[in-house]
Design a protein around this ligand. Structure first.
Ligand code: NAD
Length: 252
C-alpha cells in the first residue's frame, strides 16, 4: 500500500463507528497518526487498539459533538499536543427515520446538532492553523440522500444536503489558502447504522443487496479508500467536489 499520509496528523470523527473506524484504519495504514474521535469512549478505544495492533499510530479523543465548548476544548488540547492537524474527516452522523409529521422535535434537533452544527464548530476550530500553514485537507461524509432524498428520512436528507453545500461553500472560500474540501456521498454501507435501521423494519442485508446493480451494498473499507484519496495530495486541483459511491444504486 502507498503511504500518502506519512508524518500527517488526521482527526476523524465518528471513528468508533462503521465507516469512521475504516477511515481511521486506512489513514493509519498509510502512515498517519490518527486522532480517533467519538462520543463513545469504548468505541474509540476499540478502533485505536485495532490500529495499534496492526502497527499503526492512533490516539483516542472522546468528546460530544453536540457541545461547541467541548469541540473547542478538544481541538485546543489536540493542537497543543500534536502541533497541527493536517487532515480533518467530519464523518460522525446520526440517522433518525421519519416523514415530517413523524419526526420529533428532538430527532430534528439531534440530527442538525450532530450532522451539521458539529461540522461548523469543528471545522472553525481546526481551519485557522491550516490557513496559517497554507495546507490542509477536509473530507466530509455526506450521503447520496443529501443529493437524492430518500422517502421517510426528511431530517437526515436535509442535514446531508447542508453538508453538501457546506463542502462546496468552504472549498470556494479556502481554495485560495490551499485548503481542499471534498465530500463523499455513500449509498447504503454495511455498518451498525444500517443494521439498526434494518432491525427496525424487519429487512435483511440481502434485501438491500438485491436493490444495488453492483450486487451488494458498500463496505466501510470502500468508503475509506475514497476518503483517503480525497484527503491525499495526489490531486491538488480536486476541491469542492462531492463524490457519490453507490454501486450505481438509484435512491428508491
Ligand atoms: P455508525 O453509527 O456506525 O457510526 C457513527 C459514529 O458517530 C458512532 O461511533 C457514534 O458514536 C458517533 N457519534 C454519534 N453522535 C455523536 C456525537 N454527538 N459526538 C461524537 N460522536 C458521535 O454510522 P456509519 O454508518 O459509520 O456512519 C458514518 C457516517 O456515514 C455518517 O455521517 C452517516 O450519515 C454516513 N453515511 C452512512 C451510510 C450507511 O449506509 N451506513 C450511508 C451514507 C452516509
Amino acid at each position: 500500500m502507498t503511504a500518502r499520509f506519512t508524518d500527517r496528523i488526521a482527526l476523524v470523527t465518528g471513528a468508533g463507528g462503521g465507516i469512521g473506524s475504516a477511515i481511521a484504519a486506512r489513514l493509519a495504514e498509510e502512515g498517519a497518526t490518527v486522532i480517533v474521535a467519538d462520543v463513545v469512549a469504548e468505541a474509540a478505544q476499540r478502533t485505536v487498539d485495532e490500529i495499534v495492533a496492526g502497527g499503526g499510530a492512533a490516539v483516542p479523543s472522546t468528546f460530544d459533538l453536540r457541545s461547541p465548548e467541548a469541540i473547542r476544548a478538544a481541538v485546543a488540547g489536540l493542537l497543543a499536543e500534536h502541533g497541527r492537524i493536517d487532515v480533518l474527516v467530519n464523518n460522525a452522523g446520526v440517522n433518525r427515520r421519519g416523514a415530517l409529521l413523524e419526526l420529533s422535535d428532538d430527532d430534528w434537533a439531534l440530527t442538525f446538532d450532530v450532522n451539521v452544527d458539529a461540522i461548523f464548530h469543528l471545522t472553525r476550530a481546526v481551519l485557522p492553523q491550516m490557513v496559517e500553514r497554507r495546507t490542509g485537507a477536509i473530507v466530509n461524509t455526506a450521503s447520496q440522500w443529501g443529493l437524492h432524498p430518500a422517502p421517510g428520512h426528511i431530517g437526515y436528507n436535509v442535514s446531508k444536503a447542508a453538508v453538501v453545500s457546506f463542502t462546496q461553500s468552504l472549498a470556494r472560500d479556502y481554495a485560495p489558502h490551499n485548503v481542499r474540501v471534498n465530500a463523499v456521498a455513500p449509498g447504503e454501507v454495511r455498518t451498525p447504522m444500517v443494521e439498526a435501521n434494518l432491525a427496525r423494519t424487519g429487512r435483511t442485508v440481502d434485501d438491500l443487496n438485491k436493490l444495488v446493480p453492483f450486487g451488494r451494498i458498500g463496505e466501510p473499507s470502500e468508503i475509506a479508500a475514497l476518503v483517503a484519496f480525497l484527503a491525499s495530495h495526489e490531486t491538488p486541483y480536486l476541491t469542492g467536489t462531492v463524490v457519490e459511491i453507490t454501486g450505481a444504486q438509484a435512491v428508491s
